[in-house]
Design a protein around this ligand. Sequence first.
Ligand SMILES: [Zn+2]
Length: 578
Amino acid sequence: MFRDSYLDHAQIVGQLQTWATQHPQIAHLSTIGQSAAGRDIHLLTIGKNPEQSRPAVWIDGNMHASEVCGSSVALAIAEDILAIHQGANEAGGKPLPAHMADAIRETLFYVLPRLSPDGAEEVLKRGRYVRSSPVDDRVNRGHARWESADIDGNGLTGHMRQLDPDGELVVLRDKDGPEGQPLVPPVMVARLPEDPGPFYKFYPEGHIVNFDGRTIPEPYFLGDNAYDFNRNFPYAWAPEPQQAGAGAYPGSAPETRAVLDFATKHPNIMVWLNLHTFGGVLIRPLGDKPDSKMDAGDLGIYEQVEAWMTEHTGYATVSGFHEFLYEPEKPLHGDLSDYAYHQRGALAYVVELWDLFKQLGIERKKPFVDHYFKFTRKDIRALAEFDRQHNAGRVFGAWKKVQHPQIGEVEVGGFDARVGIWNPPYERLAETCRTQSAAFLRVAALVPRVSVTVVKQERVEGHTRIHIRVANHGYLSTFGLPSAKALPHSEPLRLTARGEGGVTLLAPAEAVVEIGHLNGWGGGLYGGPSAFSPWTRGNGHERFVTLVVAGSGTVQVEVGSCRVGVQRVAVAVTSPTG
Ligand SMILES: [Zn+2]
């Protein structure tokens, strides 16, 4: 159902519960906290022994309330992972090499499909625009502002237009010049000097709070909802007015705090997918500096991610700093992917789902963010045509006259961006889910995979020697991304041996052996051996430890760290002399 429609909170919970019931061995449902309005924020953990820590992948969607497509894609990825555990060797309906499917089966996944359950309910059920949370607990409430409300009594809270000789909008015509005819249904566009009237003002459907009878306040996207969750994270957080939507302090929203608490307690997260809409673009770090300041090893790994994104989705991949600043040289503050990359050391990025611009035949703009700010009349005509042809006319419709109690006659109902602009048409949702899963489950297969094996057990001079190999078979090192090595939670691995029964450890003298970090084999798209210098590294991906024991019994061996989890091996030792 989530592949062809946008689910409400109860439907998402129902889907997650169904999976947890059907697959109790590999899928555990939990909540990481409650939303401001008291809804549970659900997390599905997928993997063998889901409660046992090991390198993990995080997927979240819908932290911006209107961007409900992220929930569907998160659920689709979860469904594909469950199918892989049932034996499928594919992702997004495309073949996945068997060894990559094996890597998926060894990895732990944390899937959080809806981070703003309160906001999404408002968007889906009332058609209201909410950035993240509809709960507005601001103390500064004495000023005039728009507050969303249903004015015509149809249950929806959309937009209003009002005729005004000094309005900034006109109805778009089918062509430029005097012969152009107004589009039907009408499409509102910014007025140009040559445009004849009529002209319009455009407001959210609702009331003016603290109205003085004459002054109409400027609509503002955070006018009646305080938070942008994606500005409330601690990395480079900055307050209002420097950063709109920042909140009172990092993690001040219960929803973001729940993510912070979970991430802090889960140092094993190696990959972090933060799903948004719209645009058809992957936004990677750095968000606040040019690529020349980025760890070169990290950058090479992101180039590998980019290659898969291009191949499987056709989406562009851009640096947040180079191509996605809303204002030049003004980096965003307090966003989630920066936190996940810098503070949690995750291979983290944003995907803006739904490549609307590409669907309209618009050439890739540089910087990518210009797609949003330089959307021409030609592009808008293409959008209106797309809406008619491929979106059942869900965006542009007829306006209906209604008397507004404060500002007189207005019209409502002619514009609804939820399906077709903010999110893909229902008819394109399944394809969006498939292509994203095909690309992402390749990235997920890069996590480190540590094994502990007894290579050999031999009797030498009356003692038993146990040769143990600790190895990382994954693409990423045991600390994750190269830049993550210095983080406090990137602890080096340790081996601890303990004799049980009649076994005594003779050597090494200490029961604890520092293993350190183990390399991954991956070096980024162009960072490994080259055609011109094909030499590889040494065997930094493995360490050998020899234990010398006396007697019979069991040697309990533990190897790991908080970053990669702990593996346990019990070695039975039988000594002929006792
Ligand atoms: Zn977003």
